[in-house]
Design a binder for this molecule. Sequence first.
Ligand code: SAM
Ligand code: SF4
Length: 328
Amino acid sequence: MLYDNHGRVINYMRLAVTDRCNLRCYYCMPEEGIDYVPRADLLTYEEMIRVVSVFSKLGISKIRITGGEPFLRKDLMSFLGEISQLPDLKKIHITSNGTLLIDKIEALRQMGINSINLSLDSLDRERFFKITRRDDFPKVMECMDALLAANFEVKINMVVLAGQNTEDIIPMLELAKDKNIAVRFIEEMPFNGTDGKGNVEFWSNQKILQTIQEKYPSAKKILDPKYSTSANYQIENFKGTFGIIAAYTRTFCGSCNRIRLTPQGLIKTCLYDGGVFNVRDLLRAGASDVQLAEALKSALSHRAKDGFEAEQRRFQNPVSESMATIGG
Ligand code: SAM
Ligand code: SF4
């Protein structure tokens, strides 16, 4: 088992396989002039497999594939096939915008991957277009239905954006009335690849909960799974559940079990840090598996206690990079 200097178990890695995306969600990326990581600086699949293999032997038993849009990277399915064979990796989950994966569902299921988080910020086609700058709403809905029909565990991630989609909170929640899904409302963070500033009016987790409770006063807190970043609730007669992720307020750092690997090889021990070491540089300099493992253990021995401390320690402060280069 891996532990950090605050006694927290570390068993989960979020791996962003690309910083490229086919959507342009305004809270994540600028519309144009994006500073993509040069191809030669991206980790190759071979390098990712090596890192995942070494880290899984140390105690990373769950991985989430994210990006950018993971299904935009060529040959993702072969890569998933390879890591699904690693004996110490118990769970592979994926976060996707749901526009490119519908024809991969059966193959994913055969690899044992059956849990997908879909990002969906509005149930109104016009508002979806305004937020993502692409007209792909029908594709995402079709994908959600296909995943449910194939018995996938589906979570919907909606970033709550003042002046853009707060009228979608209740309709989105009501998706869980008849469908066995978990709808999660996420506080907006300043990772938008531009000036680092989010909305002027910020929708906190309390404000989101209050909005829901006004309509559904019977919403009941349920037990959160271990290490959960969302505070989870159930409404009577709803098939699914809902959760609220205090991503900006950062109320969950005390039990944080995760690290991140960015497309350019940076290991982040907190979403808000600037990266603590680069596995790509180590690998390309000929590091052994033992050296790679030691680098991770050393980084975990001085991990920030929470997202506020991590942010303070950053060289580049405040945060302004795109979430697509971090992996969400
Ligand atoms: N493209 C995939 C998707 O959209 O699901 C995976 C990558 S995306 C960066 C991962 C998650 O980060 C998504 O749920 C997205 O909504 C969330 N995200 C991106 N920018 C954010 C921001 N500024 N604040 C809060 N969440 C953000
Ligand atoms: Fe792309 Fe996901 Fe960022 Fe939207 S949130 S621009 S889909 S990476």
